[in-house]
Ligand binder design. Structure first.
Ligand code: MN
Length: 292
């Protein structure tokens, strides 16, 4: 086994708003110079760094919009997000919860600050990831995995140095709750100051980490502060993360899906023809109906 080293560390760029409720920094594909392929199957990562929203009677958020061809994964670190979709599904993603939505053949949904959170105001901090699907699964039926805080598998690190919360994939023999279409690992690492954890993923995986809180050192050499994104090379398998202060880190690693990517707005397919089909199907009402 050899060391997997950091290729680049990216500071949060200028944030943009998704609707009026999500103030996000884009790290995938923004942090790479080679588009959606570089972190494939993770084709988008929008990070809502901690941001205070003042009280509002009208919940802020993003209205009805479609998705096709991939999965959206929402991890809430602070605040609460309510969602509804055209299949009749819906729910609230609270602090520590994860929502894994397989849009696949197509879904309409809307995402807003939860009503009481909105009325009281407060800090919102979250991650939204888009996970690509292999061509054979892009048109499969949509589904949801609501993974609440208490359903997340936890591995307690030796010496009370912290916890690895396994959302998807496997860590030290423990399996995360999410089922995935291709091999994907998604962990939230919580370390106390000076705590350390080691990780191992295949060299060919695309691997990155995002520091949600605190400051960490990777392989005793690369310092990654809060709200920064560290992209790994493909030079080895293992790396260590040590905390310089109490820290929370999202760790993601996945086997690349070696198929062409055709992406336009909310649709990620393999060919331009399939993208045009997605727009046609959406315009013809085939994604169902959802009230504004
Ligand atoms: Mn969406």
């Amino acid at each position: 086994m050899s060391i997997k080293n950091i290729e680049s560390i990216t500071s949060p760029g200028r944030p943009h708003f998704v609707g009026d409720g999500f103030r996000v920094h884009n790290f995938i594909p923004g942090a790479s110079r080679s588009g959606m392929e570089r972190m494939n199957p993770f084709i988008l990562l929008d990070y809502g760094a901690k941001h205070y929203f003042p009280p509002s009677d009208k919940p802020r958020g993003v209205g009805v919009h479609p998705h096709r061809g991939f999965e959206t994964v929402t991890v809430a670190y602070k605040g609460k997000v309510a969602h509804h979709d055209s299949s009749g599904g819906g729910g609230v993603i609270g602090e520590g919860d994860v929502q894994w939505m397989t849009a696949a053949s197509g879904i309409l949904h809307k995402e807003f600050h939860e009503e009481n959170f909105s009325k009281k105001g407060g800090d919102l901090q979250m991650v939204q990831l888009w996970v690509n699907l292999p061509a054979k699964d892009k048109m499969s039926p949509p589904k949801y995995q609501a993974i609440t805080k208490d359903q997340i598998t936890r591995f307690d690190l030796p010496g009370a140095s912290g916890t690895v919360e396994i959302i998807a994939g496997e860590y030290k023999g423990l399996q995360g709750a999410a089922t995935t279409f291709t091999p994907v690992s998604l962990f939230t690492l919580k370390l106390v100051s000076a705590g350390q954890a080691d990780f191992s993923f295949p060299a060919g995986n695309n691997t990155a980490l995002l520091v949600i809180e605190g400051k960490v050192v990777v392989n005793d050499q690369a310092v990654v502060p809060a709200d920064h994104f560290g992209l790994f090379l493909h030079d080895g398998e293992t790396f260590t993360v040590r905390a310089e202060e109490n820290s929370i880190v999202l760790i993601l690693s996945g086997e690349p899906i070696n198929e062409p990517i055709a992406a336009h707005g909310p649709f990620v397919m393999n060919t331009d023809t399939e993208i045009r089909q997605a727009f046609d199907d959406f315009n013809n009402g085939l994604f169902g109906y959802l009230e504004d």
